[in-house]
Write a protein that binds this ligand. Structure first.
Ligand code: SF4
Length: 469
């Protein structure tokens, strides 16, 4: 899970308009949806504020895939409740998968929530707000049928950075046993390829250099539109957009990662060498119970294939430990897979039952203490491998796309005198760079950087050469 991302402020307009503060938890898809919320409200005269105390509307956009999202949302909103008491016009809303999942029940349970809306209802937000303005509390969580679903067009003017997310499909048809996505996001719908191309082109026109394509099962793109553009073909077309320097995609399912797709990593210059390919378990029997549709050996063969195409590619993955019935032996198979796969990074979680899923019908029988112990063993093993993988960068020259001031600089720490910037390698590693080039000139430029220092999860380096402005 990521930390909450708060919205940016537009000081110029903040005094004249109604203001919205959006708190985002969860995946990149939620970050993208939060941008669309700001876009839809912006068209109605709202501006975004980073300060909840300045807001007329506070929205929490949260994920229900893992963890205890309802608790998190209520914790966040109850901390902000004094603002509502001080400012009676302030409204609280909940959106995202949690809203989709709980709907009216959230309104029934929490008297200070004014509106609840699901991911398919973002475009309806102005109408929902008009109703809540008349004192009605609202819950809108219908999911559109795939044939009726319309993607919101991206307004490139809300993008201000060198990198951007772009949703190209939504929903999922796979129904993995533990996963709530098909129930809260609906069945798979792919955005027409020409629209994706037009959106990428419009993003590049406002200075975006790197686009990350998003979808719950992004590499199944096009499977709901037989005979039209499939994912490898779409990637090839996007990689050819003039001015776009990098393209990434997330999240992929191993069974939809075919040879054509994996081989593109060796042939498309704009396709950055990073692949997140969730495996979830190293045990064939657990994978079967999870309904993942591949074995550990088949998964490792996918990794070998992509490494043949791009030997230096960075690979990351997801694991769930303590899936119902997971034995010590099955968990040991996970550790063996990790040893063999040599991932660069990993996200790992203890299993928790999601209502309505197939796995929720089976008793969650692995004790919490055993889940915690397995998680710790898995993470300790991966930490060592991650350090070893990171060490290979020391002394190397890397292409870094500068994104902005480093976190340290933003927080007023290191770099008060010398600005420290932050960028990413093609392998998706953060690099901190001290430089006297003004941030306005550096943002969005590529630099050739020598890596001087390996930090815990990131790198520090020196610019050797800048791409011509
Ligand atoms: S492929 Fe991913 S999003 Fe789809 S059901 Fe499985 S885990 Fe969920």
């Amino acid at each position: 899970m990521t930390e909450p991302a708060t919205s940016r402020i537009d000081d110029a307009c903040a005094t004249a308009n109604r203001r919205v503060h959006v708190i985002t938890y969860g995946c990149q898809m939620n970050v993208y949806d939060s941008r669309r919320i700001v876009q839809v409200l912006g068209a109605e005269g709202w501006v975004e504020t980073a300060d909840p105390a300045m807001a007329d509307l506070i929205l929490v956009n949260s994920c229900s895939v893992r963890d205890r999202p309802e608790k998190k949302i209520l914790g966040t909103l109850s901390r902000l409740l004094p603002l509502k008491e001080a400012h009676p016009g302030l409204r609280f809303g909940v959106c995202g998968c949690v809203a989709q999942q709980h709907g009216d029940a959230l309104l029934d349970k929490v008297p200070y929530i004014d509106l609840v809306f699901g991911p398919d209802r973002i475009a309806d937000l102005p109408a929902i707000l008009a109703s809540t303005g008349k004192g009605l509390r609202q819950s809108r969580t219908t999911l559109d049928a795939p044939a009726d679903y319309t993607f919101l067009d991206v307004d490139p003017s809300v993008e201000t950075g060198a990198t951007s997310f772009l949703t190209i499909m939504k929903g999922c048809d796979r129904f993995c046993a533990y996963c709530i996505v098909p129930y809260v996001r609906g069945r798979q719908v792919s955005k027409p390829a020409d629209r994706v191309l037009a959106e990428v082109t419009s993003l590049v026109a406002v200075g975006v250099r790197e686009v990350t394509l998003l979808g719950q099962n992004v590499n199944a793109y096009g499977k709901d539109r037989p005979g039209e553009t499939d994912f490898p073909s779409l990637l090839s077309r996007i990689a050819g957009v003039p001015g776009l320097r990098r393209v990434r995609f997330v999240t992929s399912h191993p069974a939809d990662a075919d040879d054509r797709l994996l081989d593109l990593f060796g042939t498309l210059p704009a396709l950055a060498e990073f692949l997140h390919l969730p495996v979830q378990s190293g045990s064939d029997s657990v994978l079967a119970r999870m309904r993942r549709g591949y074995t550990a050996a088949q998964y490792l063969e996918r990794l070998a294939r992509v490494r043949r195409a791009a030997p230096d590619i960075a690979l990351s993955t997801d694991f769930i430990v303590g899936f119902p019935g997971e034995t010590d032996e099955e968990f040991e198979a996970t550790l063996r897979l990790v040893e063999e796969a040599r991932f660069d990074s990993m996200f790992s979680f203890k299993y928790s039952s999601r209502p309505g899923t197939l796995a929720a019908q089976t008793r969650d029988d692995v004790p919490e203490a055993r889940k915690a112990e397995r998680l710790a063993r898995l993470q300790t093993l991966q930490d060592g491998i991650s350090r070893e993988r990171l060490a290979r960068f020391l002394g190397r020259e890397e292409e870094v796309l500068i994104e902005g001031p480093s976190r340290d600089t933003r927080q007023g720490g290191r770099g008060k005198a010398i600005l420290e910037m932050q960028g990413r390698t093609r392998t998706n590693l953060t690099v901190n760079i001290a430089t006297d080039v003004p941030i306005g000139e550096a943002r969005g430029r590529l630099a050739r950087v020598r890596i001087d220092e390996i930090l815990v999860h990131s790198l520090r380096g020196t610019v050797l050469a800048w791409e011509a402005a």
